[in-house]
Design a binder for this molecule. Structure first.
Ligand SMILES: [Zn+2]
Length: 336
């Protein structure tokens, strides 16, 4: 990283501090030790648990908001029955309201993202009521949210947020992992990734994301010859969009939902060029719906609608053709 960019304005740490190994191989003591080591290191640079900091530098009206979204994880039994664990949602709303008053723009950073995992159908991480609250907050305060950055998936993807009228209002970037996670999730085939790191170019005044450049380490090459970090892709070049704004990311989504070439390009980036197989129709459905719909209900509707269209576009019997027409009518008002 030092060679790629020696003096970045800031570094985003989106989590996964402990290795993905079976619980027996880790244990509470080791986990605590790892976290203690990292906490000591991170404390030298970053303060607090969930916190917000003004970005430094002249002419910047930027603010960083760092959330602890492990509080919303459905594997976290400690917070299951709570409405607003740690008071974080209320705090987030206050910070966003104050940012608006101070005419600041913000970046929201966290580890576990809301919405669904794009590599496994209907796999979400947040509990339902937490997912709903988070989505509502973004909808309400999107005017000050310049971008959101999350991790956890180890894959390179993004999420869209829309207004009730269907306009793109916010985008969330999901960072590819530096650690190559060979997934243990049942039903995910060959879920692994090459290590990736990315550099964001942004406007210091507006926090608008201008460019995303992803670098990667080809594991096969590293094991055969030597480790070598190389550029994987530039967002604006690969998807022919002007920048990384919500509007542009919506255009990226439109391209991968309509054009097989863009879909395949996105799909290779998704595993950081580890999985070079073709993304078929059901793969496309899982990815497109996960990107488009963070809301639980709308996601399921999207999956149903796309599976339906896929079935009805097979060499059709008259009945199926009629169904597909009805389907088109039914989903006409919907953003595709
Ligand atoms: Zn994680």
């Amino acid at each position: 990283m030092k060679e790629i960019l020696p003096d970045p304005d800031f570094i985003l740490w989106t989590g996964d501090d402990t290795p993905h190994v079976p619980n027996e191989k880790l244990g509470e003591e080791v986990v605590l030790e790892i976290i203690a080591n990292l906490t000591a290191l991170i404390k030298q640079v970053f303060p607090g648990a969930f916190y917000s900091e003004k970005l430094l530098g002249p002419n910047t009206k930027g603010r960083m908001i760092v959330l602890n979204t492990n509080l919303y994880y459905d594997s976290n039994n400690q917070t299951a029955g709570l409405e607003d664990p740690g008071g974080q949602f209320q705090w987030l709303e206050d910070v966003l309201t104050n940012a608006s008053k101070a005419e600041e723009m913000v970046y929201i950073v966290g580890h576990i993202p809301p919405g669904f995992f794009e590599k496994k159908q209907s796999k979400s991480w947040f509990r339902k009521h937490f997912n709903k609250r988070y989505t509502e907050i973004v909808q309400q305060h999107h005017a000050v949210i310049a971008a959101q950055f999350f991790g956890h998936h180890h894959t390179d993807s993004f999420r869209m947020f829309y207004s009730n009228g269907g306009s793109p209002i916010a985008a969330m970037f999901l960072a590819p992992g530096v650690t190559p996670w060979k997934t243990t999730l049942p039903g995910v085939h060959n879920g692994a990734n090459n290590p990736g790191i990315r550099v964001f170019d942004y406007d210091r005044g507006t926090l608008q994301v201008k460019e995303v450049v992803t670098y990667y380490l080809n594991l096969t090459h590293a094991n055969l010859v030597a480790p070598r970090w190389e550029r994987e892709y530039r967002l604006t070049e690969a998807f022919q969009v002007p920048d990384g704004s919500a509007r542009s990311m919506h255009m990226v989504l439109e391209k991968i939902s309509k054009d097989k070439n863009y879909l395949q390009r996105y799909y290779q980036f998704n595993s950081v060029k580890y999985d070079l197989t073709a993304c078929d129709e059901s793969c496309q459905t899982d990815h497109v719906c996960a990107i488009r719909e963070v809301d639980f209900l709308k996601y399921e509707e999207c999956i149903k609608a796309r599976s339906f269209t896929a079935v009805s576009s097979l060499p059709a019997k008259p009945l199926l053709f009629l169904c597909s027409l009805l389907g088109l009518l039914r989903f006409q008002g919907h953003l595709w």
